[in-house]
Design a protein around this ligand. Structure first.
Ligand SMILES: [Zn+2]
Length: 479
């Protein structure tokens, strides 16, 4: 399949994306519309994302647990905004074992309710706090307009749920997890993100305050890539999560929730990919290095494969994820294209000439063609490969950051604003009124992505209404 050319990103970004997902073997369509099958290559990428996040969660005191897939429908109704937000997307089970159920069950769209129920039973005293639990699993939200990884009826994610004795602790936890997501995006996925607060209309159903990391994709749209919510006491009151404080008085807990999903794979594809296909960030790539042996006959095969075997052992010994492409009946050229399409950060080619000279060819995925190719000694190749992968990570990050900066504007007036959101993002003073936000959306299809935590200070005038404004917001078209 990979001998057919992909559509150019500049001509049809959406179709480029669809074809990359399918042809790179990340995912496939499911028999149920809107669902997704994650294939081994895509799942391996997700496993690396999971490992990088899980390590960070545990380092900050969180533990994992598993809560049920099915939730009594009445649970959703206990928090008013929550049920309004999720009702249209619920999948409901009404029959079990051939019998109509007394109470319908929902397939979890998120687990605040069932976890709130559990916390109300587990938490008795201030000594039980904080509770810091994360769950890895999947959830279902009935989506009609779907796109693999970006918007599917079922998706995989982690959802953290914590309970605290005080507002300040819950707020600190919410911001800590936002910072962990940002650190993960930058250091592992090489995706620069902006940390910010969601506007009232964009916040999570039932939350006091929502935070997000937003990233610019290759088509200059924004993608919300992870969210963290301070739920205040809304769920604690709905589920009666109470504790006895030091003065022996009953208090409601303060809770948070935070999640990052397989949608992040969409961010990786769209932030880094090019017309040849995927470019995977080295720290998350299922295969960091692919070795392609080149030989024409049995006489060449023996010595080439001997070098390849030695390289593989050396690279694996240096904790690198290495794949030898020894598929028969395919030309080296076909294999190069295939692994380029599938985004492997670094390729090593070994042919008879390399055997004779004691060298190998290295080809960087982030710099296609001759520019990214070099011939290096076999001796000490693992060190050089590690160094090159670190360099690829940095150059992917810097390229994405430069791209975002080049397409983020500070428009002087509303006319300039309209042009800015056609090109990319606008970083503008906003009065904070919903009316302005809604009008901007009507006029331009751009939405408030976030109010960045990093503000310039001072004050200005709202880009739409001209009223005084104390904060700047990012406006953009978004996925
Ligand atoms: Zn305004």
């Amino acid at each position: 399949m990979s001998d057919l050319k992909l559509p150019a990103r500049s001509e049809d970004f959406s179709e480029w994306y669809n074809q990359v997902v399918l042809r790179a073997d990340l995912a496939d369509y499911a028999p149920v519309r809107g669902c997704m099958i994650v294939k081994p290559y895509g799942w391996s990428l997700w496993e690396n994302i999971q490992a990088a996040l899980d390590k960070r969660f545990k380092a900050t005191g969180h533990v994992n647990a598993a809560f049920p897939l099915l939730i009594p429908k009445s649970f959703l109704e206990r928090e008013k905004e929550h049920v309004e937000g999720f009702s249209p997307e619920l999948a409901v089970v009404t029959v079990g074992g051939g019998e109509t159920l007394e109470e319908p069950l929902v397939v979890r769209p998120t687990s605040e309710t069932v976890i709130g129920y559990s916390y109300s039973r587990w938490i008795k005293s201030y000594r039980d706090l904080p509770v810091l639990i994360n769950q890895w699993g999947s959830v279902v939200r009935w989506e009609l307009r779907t796109k693999l990884f970006l918007r599917t009826a079922e998706f995989w994610w982690q959802e953290g749920h914590t309970a605290h004795a005080a507002y300040d602790e819950a707020e600190a936890e919410t911001v800590q997890m936002l910072n962990i997501y940002a650190d993960f995006a930058i250091r592992e996925a090489a995706i620069p993100v902006i940390q910010g607060r969601k506007s009232e209309s964009e916040r999570f159903a039932g939350a006091l305050r929502s935070y997000t990391i937003e990233a610019m994709m290759g088509d200059r749209k924004a993608l919300q890539s992870g969210t963290s919510h301070n739920l205040g006491q809304n769920f604690a009151k709905a589920f009666n999560i109470q504790y006895l404080d030091r003065n022996n008085e009953m208090q409601y807990c303060w809770t948070t929730s935070w999640g990052l999903s397989t949608r992040f794979i969409g961010a990786i594809i769209m932030a880094h990919g090019d017309d040849q296909g995927l470019i995977l960030p080295p720290k998350l790539a299922p295969h960091q290095v692919v070795v392609v042996p080149i030989f024409k006959n049995d006489a060449e095969q023996g010595p080439v494969m001997e070098v390849v075997g030695r390289l593989k052992a050396e690279l694996a010994g240096a904790d690198l994820r290495v794949k030898v492409d020894d598929r028969e009946g395919l030309t080296p050229g076909f294999k190069y294209n295939d692994w380029e399409l599938r985004g492997v950060p670094l390729r090593i080619e070994v042919g008879p000439k390399d055997v004779a000279k004691g060298t190998v060819a290295l080809a960087r995925r982030d710099r296609p063609g001759k520019e990214g190719k070099s011939f290096v000694p076999q001796e000490g190749v693992a060190g050089l490969v590690s160094q090159t992968l670190a360099d690829i990570h940095q150059s992917l990050h810097d390229r994405a950051l430069a791209f975002r900066e080049a397409h983020t504007h500070d428009p002087k007036d509303y006319d300039e604003f309209k042009q800015a959101v056609e090109d990319g993002w606008a970083f503008s003073w906003w009065c904070g009124e919903h009316e302005c936000e809604a009008q901007i959306k009507d006029d331009t299809r751009a939405t408030t992505r976030c109010i960045p935590l990093d503000q310039p200070g001072g004050s200005g005038t709202c880009v739409r209404c001209g009223k005084p404004a104390n904060e700047k917001a990012i406006f953009a078209k978004a996925y």
